[in-house]
Design a protein. Sequence first.
Length: 168
Amino acid sequence: MNERLEKAFNDQINAEFYSEYFYLSMLAYFDRMNLQGFKNWMNVQVQEEHAHAIGMFNYVQERGAKVELQSIEKPKTDWSSPREVFEDVLKHEKLVTSKINALLDVAEEEKDRAAVSFLDWYLKEQVEEEANVGKVLKTLNLICDDKHCLYMLDKELAGRTFNPPVIG
Ligand code: FEO
């Protein structure tokens, strides 16, 4: 891959590691709130982001390009409610989707068809990610306005499990 695409991939690796960090910060918040189901949901999210970052890391290496890790920005550490957390998650996933689209644009402009095909998986994954987050946010927005509902939702979110993705 050429230098322009290599840089764009490295930026996205950073964005995926930042996502892991951001969700880890949310996990700590849910732990402080003693919402163990929400914490579990976020833990799955953390693992998924790690898999996304490593999947891209391995791909860059496999292509014989250079992985250049960058600093990871300090994430937000406090939220006023679980709803605010999930609003941030959805906002963040939409940002990631736009970043993946921009990376795909670079791969297409550089006529790197192998990279375009690799990134297709990430684009599909974003559709799923936004849908998953949207589902929880919808419940929080439309149904959950008392502690009992939050407790029930917490029980439901405790059931989410991590299935290591097969990337590419
Ligand atoms: Fe790796 Fe949630 O995007």
